[in-house]
Design a protein around this ligand. Structure first.
Ligand code: SPV
Ligand code: MN
Length: 618
């Protein structure tokens, strides 16, 4: 057997035996191909054993991919100055026929390019091979994966974020799996990917492989994170389930726990929602949803969090703060380090004037080559922790059956249109006017102008790997044979008054969550408006008192929930235009948008452009 002979020659006896024990030809072929091509000096095969996991942690420090910090178990990793986020432009699907609306490259051409970049790229380096699982092990939700990488930081992060699966591979020699090949490429004197101009993330559906080269940022490199979401959306489309950019959380009410998922574009409060005090967290980023016996269930694909650290403070995020300040495994990325302590934007502490950050040695006023001031900590700086480091971790995360989903929340950054919380009229209305109409305003954390509204259906646009019409149709279909249909809600934490002041506080989301939980159980009435159901003042007043011990003035309620007709009409026009420009959008999308437009126009004729909730009480 040629492949095994090759592997025996290239690997040490110990590593070869680990691989050979899998008895899996698909694994042998895959790793052989990329050992031959990338040509590493050595290969390490990670089993589920703690000594193997420890080896990767140790290598990350030896190779200076991570620097140990003062608190035991804490390290920091820096990505290069120009490698601080997902590279959308260079993330492409390898296809034989262009998929309209998606960033594509002709498959043969893309494969040739990426294989050329990979040739000898690991010369002198160690290759790590990991066997992992997306979702809880031994679950019908789960997808298995093999990651090849030359970065010990990537391998270490994947251990924090995903469940190990070497044992499952060994027990199932015919196991099917997603495949990932990553290389940081040549490194500069700061240990950062040097050839950023040749940064590529190429996705090949035909083989279920994602290639990632000349980059270190986790959103580009960690195969099981966003690369896998793109492969999973495709698989879900074929098999009739949903792969979503969603958190999963339990909302508590006197001993009752009700599970919700929630989709928000980046920087819109997704992680901070599922981590609020008093509730429980299953996951903060990616969920798989399946139907079983007429009900919708979800699992978290991950077992850890790669969360934005900006604005994490003891007052606003006490649970994250606690997890980030105690002993235990934490990888901080792209913030400021001084005397072994991390500092970040919005941590509400006095900052040192100098230290080490993602630009190397940093000092106040340091500028990049373009003359822009380099901040001490990047707006997209992050922390990586295990979910079970959080006080509100929900052990149901590991349930292979998933959790029963009763509500789905969508939210974006919206200064003037949606109220802080509302409920769709029914599933299809929610899919079309909330999920598929999701927009978010740009922030200073992304390149370009701020305050520009960007369309982002289901907060999943960046990861869509099938045509948009098909994706929406799958959502419309999902509830068809459900007996217990989850209720779709919209939230907006960013609504402003006419003077530009936020109308709600950061903690108010805790009240919106409780309102949604009670609505799912039909315990509260609501006011029917043209865009959906909104809360009664009295109910919110009581909940504000109960949850936050806070008075909720009627004037604030009116500012928040007065229906802004013109803004809602303008939104429908924008969304209609977006979909009209695309092919094969289900007719139902236009029909439901049109019905909503008519309801809004009628209300405008009766009550004007700005309609307080009481006008809708019949
Ligand atoms: C996001 O941007 O949605 C993230 C971080 O969760 S990344 O891994 O970059 O996708
Ligand atoms: Mn995400």
């Amino acid at each position: 057997m040629q492949v095994l002979e090759f592997l025996e020659k290239r690997l040490s006896p110990q590593e070869f035996n680990k691989l050979a024990a899998l008895n899996n030809n698909k694994v042998f072929d895959f790793v052989t191909k990329y050992i031959e091509l990338c040509n590493p000096a050595s290969v390490f095969v990670r089993t589920d054993n703690s000594s193997d996991i420890e080896y990767i942690r140790k290598r990350a420090i030896e190779l200076k991919e991570e620097i140990p910090l003062k608190i035991k178990g804490h390290t920091v990793h820096f990505d290069g100055l120009y490698d601080q986020a997902r590279d959308k432009e260079n993330t492409k699907f390898l296809v034989s026929k262009d998929l309209k609306g998606l960033n594509c490259i002709e498959r043969e051409k893309g494969l040739e390019e990426i294989h050329k970049l990979l040739r000898n790229i690991m010369q002198g380096k160690e290759m790590y091979i990991l066997f992992l699982c997306l979702g809880p092990p031994n679950s019908d939700f789960s997808i298995y994966a093999v990651q090849i990488t030359d970065s010990s930081y990537v391998a270490h992060s994947e251990d924090i974020l995903y469940r190990p699966a070497y044992k499952t591979f060994r027990e199932n020699p015919k196991i099917d799996f997603f495949k990932y090949v990553h290389s940081q490429g040549e490194l500069d004197n700061l240990n950062n990917s040097k050839n950023i101009d040749k940064r590529r993330i190429y996705i090949d559906f035909l083989e279920n492989i994602v290639y990632s080269v000349n980059t270190q940022y986790a959103g580009n490199t960690i195969g099981l994170k966003k690369p896998s979401l793109r492969l999973a959306i495709r698989k879900a489309d074929k098999e009739g389930w949903l792969a979503e950019h969603m958190f999963v959380m339990g909302i508590n009410n006197k001993g009752r726990k009700t599970y919700f998922t929630g989709a928000f574009p980046s920087f819109c409060g997704k992680t901070s929602t599922c981590m609020v005090e008093g509730e429980s967290i299953i996951g903060d980023d990616i969920a798989y949803l399946r139907k079983k016996e007429g009900r919708a269930y979800a699992v978290n694909v991950e077992r850890g969090i790669f969360g934005i650290i900006k604005d994490v403070s003891p007052e606003d995020d006490p649970l994250i703060w606690e997890a980030l300040n105690k002993e235990g495994e934490v990888i901080f990325t792209n913030l400021l380090i001084k005397d072994g302590m991390p500092f970040w934007q919005g941590d509400k502490r006095r900052h040192p004037q100098e230290g080490r950050n993602f630009s190397g040695d940093w000092f106040e006023g340091k500028k990049d080559k373009q003359g822009n001031t380099i901040p001490p900590s990047h707006p997209n700086a992050r922390y990586t922790i295990r979910l079970n480091a959080l006080a509100n971790y929900d052990p149901a995360t590991e349930n292979p059956q998933g959790v029963l989903i009763r509500g789905i929340i969508y939210g974006g950054r919206d200064s003037d249109t949606w109220p802080p919380v509302f409920e769709s009229l029914d599933w299809e209305h929610g899919v079309v006017t909330i999920a598929a109409s999701l927009e978010s305003e740009t922030t200073s954390a992304t390149l370009g102008k701020t305050g520009i509204r960007k369309f982002n259906l289901m907060a999943n646009l960046d990861f869509l790997s099938i045509p948009m019409g098909k994706y929406i149709q799958n959502h419309l279909n999902f509830a068809q044979d459900l007996e217990m249909v989850p209720i779709i809600f919209g939230v907006n934490y960013f609504l402003k008054d006419e003077r530009g002041n936020y109308l709600t506080d950061i903690q108010d989301k805790r009240v919106w969550l409780k309102w949604m939980e009670k609505r799912v159980h039909k315990e509260l009435p609501a006011i029917k408006t043209p865009i959906g159901f909104i809360p009664y003042y009295e109910d919110l007043k009581e909940l504000f008192q109960e949850v936050l011990s806070k008075n909720f003035p009627k004037s604030v309620y009116l500012d928040c929930f007065t229906l802004r007709i013109n803004q809602n009409l303008a939104k429908i026009e924008r969304i209609k235009k977006t979909y009209q420009d695309l092919k094969n959008i289900p007719e139902k999308v236009f029909k439901i948008l049109e019905e909503q437009r008519e309801r809004l126009e009628k209300a405008k004729r009766l009550f004007g452009e700005s309609i307080p909730p009481e006008k809708f009480i019949s």
